[in-house]
Design a protein around this ligand. Structure first.
Ligand SMILES: [Zn+2]
Length: 200
């Protein structure tokens, strides 16, 4: 919410309206949910907990920190609490990194740290997705529906389902005999298994 938006919103407030604000402070201060107590003649708002906000929905804490009045919602509350949680985690990381003599901790606790780091890294890893076919044609001339990745060299090609089966069959041949099946051999093998394709 920018200043003009907040100003327009403050104008609409009446006693009993649910509002919130976030106080400054370590770890994001406090998230306060309160009600409008009354309007002031200058267009400001006094909340039930005794804070006076001006007509722009602003009040000052200490000398340099401004606090802004906001409409209360569950979403906003969840957003603020999440941010506070992240700030707390950040400050505990800082404390651990700067004030804890790790060599004095028991082995089990050190191992827990290492496990935690692994878990966090794991949670940040992007899921590996199979690349989408690029609306290309398969080498057989049909529309490509998937991507075949060469297990040996990692090369990728856009293929139709049928040619994918053949490519896979050729790979299997090399795994069993040490020599790749030819595409023709795979056609026979797959047809022998009752394979249904445009090659039948
Ligand atoms: Zn094909």
């Amino acid at each position: 919410m920018n200043t003009p938006e907040r100003k327009a919103w403050v104008k609409t407030l009446k006693p009993g309206d649910e509002v919130c604000y976030q106080t400054p402070g370590i770890n994001g201060g406090h998230f306060v949910v309160t009600l409008v107590k009354n309007r002031t003649p200058q267009g400001g708002v006094r909340t039930l907990d005794g804070v006076l906000f001006n007509s722009e929905g602003r009040t000052s804490y200490y000398s340099s920190h401004y606090v802004h009045l906001e409409p209360y919602s569950e979403d906003r509350k969840a957003q603020v609490l999440r941010k506070q949680l992240a700030n707390r985690a950040r400050s505990s990381l800082w404390v651990l990194a700067n004030n804890v003599n790790l060599s004095k901790l028991p082995d089990a606790l050190l191992q827990e740290f290492i496990n935690l780091e692994d878990k966090i890294k794991e949670s940040m890893r992007e899921p590996v997705k199979d690349p989408e076919p690029l609306e290309k044609l398969c080498s057989c001339g049909r529309e490509a529906t998937r991507v075949y990745t060469d297990p040996q060299f990692g090369g990728k090609s856009d293929v139709c389902d049928d040619c994918y089966d053949i490519e896979e069959c050729q790979d299997q041949g090399s795994a069993v005999t040490g020599e790749s099946y030819s595409a023709e051999e795979c056609l026979e093998i797959l047809k022998g298994r009752g394979w249904k394709s445009h090659y039948n």
